[in-house]
Write a protein that binds this ligand. Structure first.
Ligand code: AFP
Length: 313
């Protein structure tokens, strides 16, 4: 039985999406075993950018890389690997992934996820990824939480699938997710307040003053520390997410990676009717210059993203 209904997937992407789903279902079973599966959250080294790698980061990367061989993916780029790998000379696709995002949450049973972005391979290994985010032909995430979910777009809306643990297949749950234009919640790591720029501080303070201020309504606050969890909540019930640039060394461009975190999430959010910017410019109009570059990231309900851009004006 296929891990996902091929009729819902563009033909040239079916083998790659099937491999992502089958591997995601396997990974979901490993994650669900927690400490019984070994020390998944144990530090095992550093990735190309000096971020600590957890055992599950490395395991997930190895699983997805192996599963994608022979599925039409020529170039494989990963947060966990410094360079782009050529895994199939005859392939036509370029896939970038954060195989396990949110790994600081592994040991505390909080939702974590896999994020992926697909381009048509063009111009060579690096060049296939260093191009406008609007060139993406597919983006998706798999969320490993109380449910295991796949959100995926091929440029005609954002679809939601739920893994049926009985069959190991992802079943369609929503053919077109609809991100509400108005928000009731906002998400930012509030411990960084003293490092924010003035426009970010002004936006957060508007939310904090709620109905006593310009906004005229109270807002709630959420910070999970797992991009996939935050994105799924916002796609489902609206809200705003900010990981802006801040004054800390190394955070001049925020924390999140353009190629395999920011660009795919921006594609999914826009396809569901939301907006995604670097604070001002639409992410989909931007081009990565380096494979692992970071990019300030603001996304969610259109009204809120517009307000943040206006405050930067
Ligand atoms: P980890 O993979 O190191 O847990 O980082 C997760 C993440 O990239 C993203 O999923 C979160 O939104 C963000 O970092 C949380 O960053 P802070 O720990 O600085 O709040």
């Amino acid at each position: 039985m296929p891990a996902i209904d091929p009729a819902l997937i563009p033909e040239n992407l079916r083998p790659a999406i099937e491999a992502m789903c089958a591997t995601g279902a396997k990974l979901s079973r490993v994650i669900a075993r927690g400490p019984l599966a070994g020390a998944l959250g144990a530090g095992v080294g550093e990735n190309s950018d000096g971020d600590q790698q957890k055992a599950l980061d490395v395991m997930a990367d190895e699983m997805f890389e192996a599963a994608l061989r022979g599925t039409g993916v020529k170039y494989y780029a990963s947060e966990e690997q410094e360079d782009v790998l050529t895994i199939d000379e005859g392939g036509t696709l370029a896939l970038a992934t954060d195989p396990l995002d949110g790994s600081s949450n592994i040991d505390v049973n909080v939702t974590i996820g896999t994020i992926f972005s697909i381009f048509e391979a063009a111009g060579g290994a690096q060049a296939s990824f260093l191009r406008p985010a609007s060139d993406q032909i597919c983006a998706g995430y798999i969320a490993y939480g109380p449910q295991t979910l796949l959100a995926v777009t091929f440029g005609a809306g954002t679809m939601l699938f739920v893994l049926d643990p009985e069959t190991g297949a992802f079943v369609l749950a929503d053919k077109a997710m609809d991100l509400p234009a108005a928000a009731k919640e906002f998400s930012i790591n509030a411990s960084n307040r003293r490092h924010w720029t003035q426009p970010v501080l002004a936006y957060v303070e508007e939310n904090e003053t709620g109905k006593d201020g310009r906004k005229g309504k109270d807002m709630n606050f959420r910070w999970v520390g797992s991009l996939v969890a935050e994105t799924h909540r916002i796609l489902t019930r609206g809200g705003t997410f900010l990981y802006p640039s801040d004054a800390r060394k190394g955070y001049e461009n925020g924390r999140l990676r353009m190629v395999y975190e920011v660009a795919p999430m921006a594609f999914l959010v826009e396809q569901a009717g939301g907006k995604a910017t670097d604070g001002v410019a639409p992410i989909m109009s931007l081009t990565a210059e380096e494979l692992h570059e970071r990019r300030p990231f603001v996304f969610g309900s259109a009204e809120e993203v517009d307000r943040i851009a206006a405050l930067h004006g």
